[in-house]
Ligand binder design. Structure first.
Ligand code: ATP
Ligand code: MG
Ligand code: MG
Ligand code: MG
Length: 482
């Protein structure tokens, strides 16, 4: 089954169960101070769950554009390194607002996966909330009993509050959830280690595909739980992971959602995907990031120097750097993927096709300006590295890192990453000291321009942690130049 058909089948399945199809809300969130980007299908129904709004339909299904690169869900550090977390992904979902509850949600999920999509039952595991003493909650017996009717007991896993209890925030609707995981390893591997023990352990072939949340309680300000008068269902299934399971691939990037992008990059670079781990990460990063960048621009968020725009700019630059470093792309290349984006996603998300030229133009301009900086900075860093090698030095000085930052706009995390790739460490304390000196020097100046790569201080909802934490594994240094 092709990806497009898998998506349509999901919607049609729930339509056949009296659900109303609702289009995806924008990926960029404009009117919620707690959220920059849509990170789950339920976002657009938040007011219905909070009781602030009466939903138009009591059963709804859709495919929602999501982005998980900031705030509570930040997967950026995983993206490209693993094969099943994306920055932008589609979340397929079905909802019940005060209508059906656990029984139907569980039975339909199972029916869709095993009868319609024909995923092998003996590869699926389900999890149930085991209870939590601080909330005086026991096992989610109801869910357990419904599962027990259709799944052998040894495929049901007890999950903790962390994995199996969903909360919107400190207060508000919440409840237990049941997740469905799939073991995509080979028979030989399965014979060696049972999949049960690998669920929720970040195993690249034993992955979560669907989360069924049962909104049953309201968390009050004093921390206690009150049973909701009307109970709701909120489910989310990663479309790319589902497609991978159905197409029996060992990576999301081997599905027909991504292969056209990988093929294009292979052709352009003259390199083959699947031969070198570092190069492969670059292929995956680019194939992933072009989606995040295109969808956010289409929804009105241009790359810029602050907040959501800054997040997008950094994602774009991460892709450019990987292309430059590992695929030898010395001139703008990302924008060339825009026609592919339109043909792959224009049908379900027409904004991508309608704004194709505009998106390409924005991306190309960003690439051009960043490549200039990157080129100059990398050249300088290259000279420094060879000098260090000659002198047998192992630590890149804070002074050099600061100069790269100050003159070439290199953020510390980027310098640190490049240093590590060449076997050097970085004197971060020294960097901070230089930074302090700089601040003192410029205190007299009323204002200075904010560099592109400056990590802004965490304020309000701005929080972009992934790149720094993940790639450099160093502590984030938060500062601003003003
Ligand atoms: P994981 O544990 O794999 O990070 P999650 O528990 O954070 O997933 P949920 O918040 O439960 O994910 O979201 C519902 C579904 O969305 C997941 O079951 C998964 O299939 C999918 N999903 C979550 N994060 C991503 C991502 N970064 N890229 C692709 N799919 C994702
Ligand atoms: Mg997650
Ligand atoms: Mg999970
Ligand atoms: Mg989950």
């Amino acid at each position: 089954m092709e990806a497009k058909q898998i998506r349509t089948t999901f919607i049609e399945f729930f339509q056949s169960k009296a659900h109303q199809f609702v289009p995806s809300s924008p990926i960029v969130v404009k009117n919620d101070p707690t959220l920059m980007f849509t990170n789950a299908g339920m976002n657009q129904f938040k007011d219905a769950f909070l009781g602030n709004e009466t939903p138009k339909f009591s059963r709804v299904a859709n495919s929602q554009k999501c982005l998980r690169v900031s705030g509570k869900h930040n997967d950026l550090e995983e993206v490209g390194v693993d094969t099943y977390h994306h920055t932008m992904f589609e979340m397929l979902g079905n909802w019940s607002f005060g209508d059906y509850f656990k029984k139907e949600a569980i039975e339909w999920a199972w029916e869709l996966l095993t009868k319609v999509y024909q995923l092998p039952k003996d590869r699926l595991y389900v999890s149930v909330f085991e209870g939590d003493s601080s909330d005086k909650l026991g096992l989610d017996q109801e869910a357990f009993d419904f599962w027990k009717k259709i799944v052998p007991e040894d495929r049901i896993i007890m999950g903790s509050k962390k994995d199996n209890f969903w909360e919107m925030g400190d207060t508000g609707p919440c409840g237990p959830c049941s997740e469905i995981h799939i073991d995509l390893r080979t028979d030989e591997e399965i014979a060696k280690a049972p999949g049960r023990s690998l669920v929720n352990q970040d195993h690249p072939q034993v992955i979560e595909i669907w989360n069924l949340v049962f909104m049953q309680f309201n968390r009050l300000a004093d921390g206690s739980l009150k049973e909701l008068p009307a109970k709701h269902v909120d489910t989310g299934m990663g479309f790319e992971r589902l497609v991978r399971a159905i197409q029996q691939k060992s990576s999301n990037y081997d599905t027909d959602i991504f292969t056209p992008f990988i093929s294009y990059l292979e052709q352009k670079s003259g390199k083959k995907y699947g031969q070198d781990e570092q190069t492969d990460i670059a292929f995956r990063v680019i194939a992933d990031h072009i989606r995040a960048i295109s969808f956010t621009i289409a929804d009105g968020q241009l790359p810029s120097n602050n907040k959501a725009g800054y997040v997008i700019r950094r994602i774009l630059r991460r892709a450019v750097r990987y292309g430059y470093t590992f695929l030898d792309f010395q001139s703008p290349f990302l924008y060339e993927l825009c026609p592919l984006m339109a043909s792959q996603f224009g049908e379900i998300f027409p904004e991508i096709r309608e704004q194709q030229d505009f998106i390409a133009k924005v991306i190309q301009e960003e690439e051009t300006s960043f490549l200039r900086t990157l080129d100059n900075g990398l050249k300088m860093l290259g000279i420094i590295k060879s000098e260090m090698k000659e002198n047998g030095e192992k630590v890149l000085s804070g002074k050099v890192a600061f100069e790269l930052y100050d003159t070439y706009g290199f953020p510390l995390d980027l310098t640190s990453l490049i240093a590590r790739e060449s076997g050097f460490s970085l004197d971060e304390k020294g960097f901070q000291a230089e930074m302090e000196k700089q601040k003192t020097r410029s205190r007299a100046a009323s204002e200075s321009e904010t560099g592109d790569w400056v990590q802004v201080e965490e304020e309000s909802s701005v929080e972009f942690l992934g790149y720094d934490q993940l790639e450099s594994q160093s502590k984030i240094i938060k500062y601003r130049t003003v």
